[in-house]
Design a protein around this ligand. Sequence first.
Ligand code: SAH
Length: 228
Amino acid sequence: MTQPHAGDQESLDDAGVGMTSPRTRERLRQRLAAAGIGNAEVLAIMGRLPRHRFVDEALSSHAYEDSALPIGHGQTLSQPYMVARMTEALLEPGRPETVLEIGTGSGFQTAVLASLARRIYSVERILALLESARKRLRDLRLHNVRLRHGDGGLGWADYAPYDAILVTAAPEGIPRALVNQLAIGGCMVLPIGHGSEQVLVRVIRTDTGYRHEILEPVTFVPLLGGVA
Ligand code: SAH
């Protein structure tokens, strides 16, 4: 078991009132529990992290609704249910020490992971998003995260193998390069497919290859090649 590495409670909680207050976050936590999220630690983190700090100020009043929100560059911060569901699915086979995330985006999912594992590595192809995420994570004092500008379809070989990999944009199939960077017994959660045909998949690396299971239908932005 690793210790949570999130900043202290004070740094995570704004003393705000109204739409971004701790009470509003607690309501989100309750909604996620009602929607079927069972992992108490994941629920606690979702009820604590200031999601409004990961979106434009104009959208902050919507930050604790269970919906995806635009973060610019045609990308979205995933719906809280999906962040919680993917995190829960990733933790189920065993708690990871190291996690590789593909698609940093706003950095919100990264912040959730940083509170649950020892070291997080996250790759984003859009430099502007990466730099904003870097600032947010620093402001929240989440120092156990390493970010990289690059094509996440190739993974991040320098720190492989990872105990877990989480992908937040959809490739058409399971990327071989990512499976190869998973530790034996390691777990990867990712959406695959395109348009309305996507499913969330959990892959477990085995001695001889990998096995996978389909979790549920989902909608994600596509995993694109190259950098921007
Ligand atoms: N986890 C993010 C979700 C962002 S949406 C959040 O919580 O905000 C998916 C992200 O994946 C986008 O930022 C997109 O730019 C990024 N992405 C798409 N293809 C990628 C690739 N090949 N490598 C790295 N990032 C990619």
